[in-house]
Design a protein around this ligand. Sequence first.
Ligand code: WTA
Length: 658
Amino acid sequence: MTTAVDERPDIIDVDDRVREGSTSQIQDMPAYREHWSRGEADPSGYWLAQTKQRVHWRKAPTQGLEGDCWSVCDGPITWFADGELNVTESCLDRQLAKRGDKVAIVWEGDEPGDVRELTYKELHAEVCRCANALRELGLKKGERAIIYMGMVPEAAVAMLACARLGAVHSVVFGGFSAEALRDRVRDCGASVVITQDVGKRGSKNIPLKATTDQALEGEAGVEAVLVYQRDASVEVAMKAGRDHWWHETVSPASAECEAVVCKAEDPLFVLYTSGSTGRPKGLVHTCGGYLTWTAYTHAVTFDLREDDVYACVADIGWITGHSYIVYGPLCNGATSLMFESVPTYPDVDRYWDMVARHKITIFYTAPTAIRVLAAQGPGPVRKHDLSSLRVLGTVGEPIDPVAWRWYYEVVGQERCAVVDTWWQTETGGHCITPIAPATPEKPGSATLPMPGIMPVLVNEHGRPMVGPGEGRLCIAHPWPGMARTVWGDHARYVMTYFTTFPGFYFTGDGCRRDADGYYWITGRVDDVLNVSGHRMGTAEFEAALIAIDELAEAAVVGYPHAVKGQGVHAYVVAQPGVEADDALTAKAHEAVRGSIGAHARIDRLQYVPGLPKTRSGKCMRRILRKIAEGEPDKLGDVSTLADPSVVDAIIEGAKSFG
Ligand code: WTA
């Protein structure tokens, strides 16, 4: 969604921000400029210095960056290649001396006030137990484990336990279907799956174990399934020889487990994400660079202090949960809150109730949640004491200035910095974002690049633009947190990110740069949808739809949606002689749910007589997008269509959606 930006947006500079005790080194604009320049002039030197300050290395690296946006064609770029570490020593062991009794994870369960706290000492012990149990179950360095869980501390424990062994985790969001889970198990060749009986969200049970069983039917490669028991009153089937209860396997294991030493560029995890074509890609993040980037950005963007209570209410199944619930915060020795429920359960003041009870100082959420809660007016916010808040963050989609102001004025009481953080699964962590409290903000702008990030806007001819203007957002130089490859398919990585604009990493986003050099992300320019901050490929919807016998063709596009950012509009063509009735519609919805998951929903399903195709048979998606956006008068040139009358019928049919 393009943000409705006034020509001269206000610059907001919060003046009463206290600056003591911060672990960020960037407290004002001169410091920002100095760090950014150092990162540009000598990337290797700058990041070697940063990583030595922020990460615990067994063998400190002497090498910085090797490779560039050209050399990726021949093989992955590397950072800190001669360094050795185990990321859990940074996140756990080295915290024990000073922060052993500090709370590492505060967990707020589905029911308000159902709270658990794990200190660094306890988390360390639990991770060691889990690692020992996983080793017993056969998991070895370099092997893959799928984690298919809800938001319980054990999900973070499982991730860290894999990392402890040098094994590679791949977390699959708990909303994904059995089919999507099976695809991921197969693609990364997982030998272990870690799940739980049921997940809890808004008083509902999510049948995670049952879905796992369905996904693993006939999958010989998975030797063991570890099952955490979230609700003892729920019965689940356990397969003898394969399935093991967490409380019978992990809990009795030894609380000591020597960390397996890894190379900086050993894979830490694979995370699947949607692109514009084909099946989701397994992006690979590696130990040294990823941890450096998440620790640095978490401390710098949020102006982290020792006594902060930091809450990122994302799900661990997405990159935000990886980088900013688990790795960044724990590497920084922070207290990180994990939230199991949804913002509207049991009521629309759940977030604010939680902020007041836990005295949260940094709160990080998605624009969709802000829009949903802003629609309730200020009442639910004002019921609670939010004076603990200092920094407010958003992530996942563009935030419009209206929602931004509501967040700043009503939630932040015009006292807190708002950081609109732009980044992607691929980037590992924040790339364009305000730095609290340094960066003067403009509502709706992700503002300025992080040190180490050199954004480039490219025009439609593939030429880098200078000064203000709008183009495609690329990044010119590698940074430590970037994904190194696609699991098992480096050619696809190169093809997707480095061939559209050779010499640059292409983000897939459109972006405007204003006269002050501020960046305004306008949204995806490819066929990736962003619905409520969830990233989904139109190709995945289409594949699910055309797998139905009664449907001949399908084309899916996004359209602006007031709350969700984008809605999903599906144009489908029934097979000749098939009636487009309610039963077929229900089947279409079920197919999408079954193929992708419960979070993927078509908002508008439109039966059309045909798709607008050129004479060579190419579907003109541009036309479908314009119609879905409610701008049928702006279709542009349609003279190349094989049958222009189809367009009139589609426009007519779309009127029913208002
Ligand atoms: C979008 C989520 C505008 C963008 C961390 C990007 C944003 C995609 C912002 C990545 C933001 C993320 N402003 N757009 N602050 N943050 N996006 O991989 O389109 O799930 O390409 O990573 O979300 O989504 P992903």
